[in-house]
Design a protein around this ligand. Structure first.
Ligand code: C2E
Ligand code: MG
Ligand code: MG
Length: 280
């Protein structure tokens, strides 16, 4: 009955506020950290970079996924401070990698529309000494909706530093095609929902094919995210997709495992059966 739902809604709202308060202290309490998921050039079979993914080790609740706390941080505005921390940390850590590969950083809409964002990116690059060519910023279509022209002006200035811009979760937002016409994205990340279905349903297969061909003709790199099976990887290779990322290739790893991942994947991805046969 109604009062049951009201009570549980109340509970959910209280929970949210409690998390919001805890999140305000997460940086100073050293509870945030980054993990890194590699992406591969499919044809060359080499790691070309790693995407930084944020994790929150809550003292009581344990590990909280970004899908839960990023929306809360966006609502309270703490995403600005958190986003700045992520960018700085990712650049700092990438400077010490064993190879000068790309580091991809997710940026939320709130950051993009913050008046200081361009300056902040510039500052972080200068202070960490990371070459701008190694930084890739991932923006979702949804972030562009609020004020398209302003977002594009910001992205143009950042691109002017030599930083690359990727469109994340491509195909899940709105009017993607007009965005592509108006801004030279460097990379299109084909959303994992299309990748998952591309080997099964005709609709997704056609969409994937169209996006790869669109990327190619616009001079944008295409990457398939969420690759979980060898069939999906083979399919994306056959379709001419440039890069791949997903649990099949590697889960996100702590920064200390980056050197090992580069070595492990240096001769291309080998399914576990092949790796084991080679080792024995
Ligand atoms: P995203 O940027 O699209 O990142 C990809 C997500 O898919 C990651 O989840 C990754 O762990 C997961 N993933 C990778 N390979 C596979 C796969 O093969 N199968 C499946 N099912 N999932 C896979 P994660 O780390 O939980 O992040 C979720 C989302 O949270 C990210 O989606 C991104 O939108 C957001 N996020 C993460 N870190 C940050 C950050 O530092 N800043 C901002 N603003 N957002 C972030
Ligand atoms: Mg991303
Ligand atoms: Mg994505």
């Amino acid at each position: 009955p109604i009062c049951f739902f009201e009570a549980s809604d109340d509970q959910a709202a209280r929970d949210r506020r409690a998390l919001q308060r805890d999140l305000e202290h997460a940086i100073e309490a050293d509870q945030l950290f980054l993990v890194y998921q590699p992406f591969l050039d499919i044809r060359k079979g080499r790691v070309t970079g790693f995407e930084a993914l944020l994790r929150w080790q809550h003292p009581v609740r344990g590990l909280i996924p970004p899908s839960v706390f990023i929306p809360i941080a966006e609502e309270s505005g703490s995403i600005l401070e958190i986003g700045d921390w992520v960018l700085r940390k990712a650049c700092q850590e990438a400077v010490n990698w064993t190879q000068p590969l790309t580091v991809a950083v997710n940026v939320s809409g709130a950051q993009l529309y913050n008046a200081n964002f361009v300056q902040d990116v510039h500052k972080v690059l200068l202070e960490t000494g990371l070459s701008p060519r190694r930084l890739e910023i991932e923006i979702t279509e949804t972030a562009l909706v609020r004020d398209f022209n302003r977002a594009l002006a910001t992205l143009r200035r950042i691109k002017g530093f030599g930083v690359r811009i990727a469109m994340d979760d491509f195909g899940t937002g709105y009017s993607s095609l007009s965005y592509l016409r108006s801004f030279p994205f460097d990379k299109l990340k084909i959303d994992k929902s299309f990748v998952r279905d591309a080997t099964a349903t005709h609709g997704s297969k056609s969409i994937v094919r169209a996006v790869i061909s669109l990327g190619k003709s616009l001079g944008m790199t295409t990457i398939a995210e969420g690759i979980e099976t060898i069939e999906q990887l083979n399919h994306m290779r056959a379709e001419g997709c440039n890069e791949a990322q997903g649990f099949l290739l590697s889960h996100p790893v702590p920064v200390t495992e980056i050197a090992g991942k580069i070595l492990e994947l240096r001769n291309g991805f080998k399914p576990a059966v092949v790796r084991n046969a080679m080792a024995s």
